[in-house]
Each structure stands twice: as C-alpha cells, then as structure tokens.
Ligand binder design. Structure first.
Ligand code: 9Z3
Length: 348
C-alpha cells in the first residue's frame, strides 16, 4: 500500500526519446584474457579498504559453510566512471538497484546467505520498501495523542511483515552488505569476493545484476583536479574512454570455476536481446544469462541456458497490477537450477 505523498511529484524524468536517437552499433568486445586481467589489476591500485572487506567476507562465508548453507553474491546498482581524481564529475547509469535488492530478499527468504555487493546509497534489501523517493517513510507515520511517533494503522500489517523478515536476516547474520561506487572498486571487490567464494565450490552462486560500465578512464589519464571549463582551446571537452575488460570470462575460468554463475544482459532494442544473451553464454561459458529490456525489465525476463535454450518469465497484467514482483518468480527457478548444478558438480 503506497501512501499519498503530497510533497513528491509523480512526474517521471526517466522517459525515453527515441526520435532523437542515432544508430551506433558496435562490434562485440572480446572476452578478457589472463593478460588483460594482469594488466588491469597491476596498473590500478586496489581500493585501500579491501583488506577489511576481505576479512568480513571470509568470516561470513566460513560461518555459513559450517552450516552447509548456500551463499549467493548479488551485485546491484550502477558503477560510476570518474573523470577526475578529486571527483567532481563522473559518468553514471540509470540503475537504482531494484533488481538486486529485491532478489536478495527472495534469496534470504529461501535459506541463502547473501553477500550484497551494491552501489553505495542505492536500494538495500528491506529498507527499499520505504526509502525510495516515491515511497517516503515519513508518509507512513504520524503522531499519536501523546506525541509518540507511530506507524499509521493502515500500514501496520505490511510493515510488520517487512520488519520481521529484516530482523530475521539481521539476527541470524544472513546478510553481508558491501559497497562500491566506481567501476574500478566494483572490479577489485568482485575479484576478491569471487576468490573467497570459490572456497565453497558449487554451493556458491553468482547473481550479477549490477549495471556495470563498459567504458572507463584509466588512472594514468585521469587529471588530479577538477577539469576546467577552458580545458580545450575550442571550448569542448573531449573524453576518450577505454573498454572495461570483460572479466566474466576470468570469473568463470579462474576466480570461481566451480560456482554457478548467472549474468544479466541488458538491452534496449528487443530485436537483439536474445542474440546478445546467447552470445554472452557462448563467449563466457557460464550457466545462465538472464536477458532483460530496460523498458520492460520489471515485467518480463528471458532465461538463456546452454541445455534448455531460452524461456520467458512474465508477470500477467493482474500480477503486475497487484504488485507481484518478478523476482518472486525468478529466484525459485534459479534455486532449482542451482540445486541441479550442485548435484551435477558433486558427481564430477
Ligand atoms: C541488469 O540487466 C539488471 O536487471 C538491471 C536492473 C540493471 C536492468 P534496476 O537496478 O535495473 O532494477 O533499475 N543488470 C546487468 C546489466 C549489465 O551491465 N550487463 C552487462 C551487459 O549487458 C553484462 S555483465 O553487457
């Protein structure tokens, strides 16, 4: 139940303008080779906090492994590409982290421990229900006659359900939240967590829903200070970005070779979604690509697997209207694929 918010406009600014589009079709980048990995990780300094994260992740995985609990890494939200070292300006993308935060909740409800690698300040499991600008938490509250702040009667039931689930995950230590902001931090942290997660073999699951930038500005070409407006003599700012190495191949082949790996393929053109998703599966050799279109991502996704080809998961109009989340259909399917993966891998 969404409370009316008199202070927040219902106008949506993220509308598309196809009439102004130009055709920019690029050939596919090749998958990253070991040499690309070495180059990237040698040329760039790791984030200074990485060793702290490493300890937390290792302890988290070990404690759940003792209980034979499956652990999923959910990545979520968009990566930034800074243009300056003391960053004033950066390139970003649309992702709010809805897919990741929602999926994490369904994994938690179904017995998984979740490492939630997310863009700092993007949506988080549970608090997402009340933190988005369309759902301001203050609109759920009021003062009673004694001046105590209380939740309005009509939201009590809904909020109690979310609160109990949140407290269960927190009290049982089922959720580890790890932040990133830049694409660079994302890649270093992904590599670290992957290697830690490889320790539990097939019980580890990767659910890579973060919207990761395809381009970045290497540190070697990044100015220390804010770019000045008189930077170029013709008054234009020219930014030349490099391709982010496609690290999925390294994850599959080297960082966590026994884990089940799921990547997402995002497109805006429905004519190329399936071929791109199939292409990713062939190139990286992992277990599942979930294809989705920016425009319809909350209503339908397509599963592409090597064994069974593709099948669509769709919400009916009634389900969509009544607030059913597509992740409530996606996660059970993934769990059964993961179960099969564990059986298959343990008999190898
Ligand atoms: C996705 O496709 C996610 O489903 C969305 C979720 C980012 C669309 P929101 O956060 O959106 O709920 O608003 N994630 C993967 C996007 C991506 O960067 N994929 C790469 C690609 O398409 C492959 S790893 O090339």
């Amino acid at each position: 139940m969404t409370p009316p918010s008199p202070t927040i406009s219902r106008v949506r600014t993220s509308v598309f303008e196809p009439a102004t589009a130009i055709d920019r079709t690029f050939p596919e980048f090749p998958a990253a080779q070991p040499i690309d990995e070495n180059n990237y990780f040698k040329k760039h300094k790791p984030p200074p906090y990485l060793s702290e994260i490493s300890k937390d992740v290792a302890n988290f995985i070990a404690s759940h492994n003792k209980l034979n609990r499956k652990v999923v890494l959910v990545t979520s939200g968009g990566t930034t590409v800074p243009l300056e070292n003391n960053t004033v300006r950066f390139i970003d993308n649309f992702s709010a982290g809805t897919r990741g935060a929602t999926s994490a909740e369904y994994f938690l409800e179904n017995g998984y421990a979740v490492i939630f690698l997310h863009r700092e300040f993007s949506l988080l499991p549970y608090s997402r229900h009340y933190s988005h600008t369309t759902n301001c938490f203050l609109d759920y509250m009021n003062e009673d006659e004694n001046g105590q702040v209380v939740i309005n009667a009509e939201y009590q039931n809904e909020m109690r359900v979310v609160l109990r689930k949140y407290q269960n995950a927190r009290d049982k230590g089922l959720l580890l939240v790890v932040p990133f902001t830049t694409v660079h931090q994302y890649l270093f942290t992904l590599k670290l967590i992957s290697q830690e997660l490889s320790v539990i073999g097939p019980n580890g699951l990767f659910y890579l829903a973060a919207a990761v930038s395809d381009f970045f500005l290497p540190h070697s070409r990044m100015p220390e200070h804010k770019i000045q407006s008189q930077n170029d003599n013709d008054g234009k700012l020219r930014v030349s970005l490099e391709a982010v190495p496609k690290f999925l191949s390294r994850l599959v082949d080297s960082w966590a070779p026994l884990a089940m790996i799921i990547s997402f393929k995002l497109e805006t053109d429905s004519n190329i979604l399936l071929s791109k998703a199939r292409g990713a599966l062939e190139r990286y050799n992992h277990q599942l690509v979930i294809g989705n279109l920016l425009q319809t991502r909350k209503k339908e996704v397509v599963f592409v697997t090597p064994e069974e080809g593709e099948h669509w998961i769709r919400l009916t109009d009634e389900q969509h209207a009544s607030g059913t989340e597509i992740e409530s259909l996606i996660i059970p399917e993934i769990m059964s694929l993961h179960e099969k993966w564990c059986e298959k891998t343990s008999t190898l």
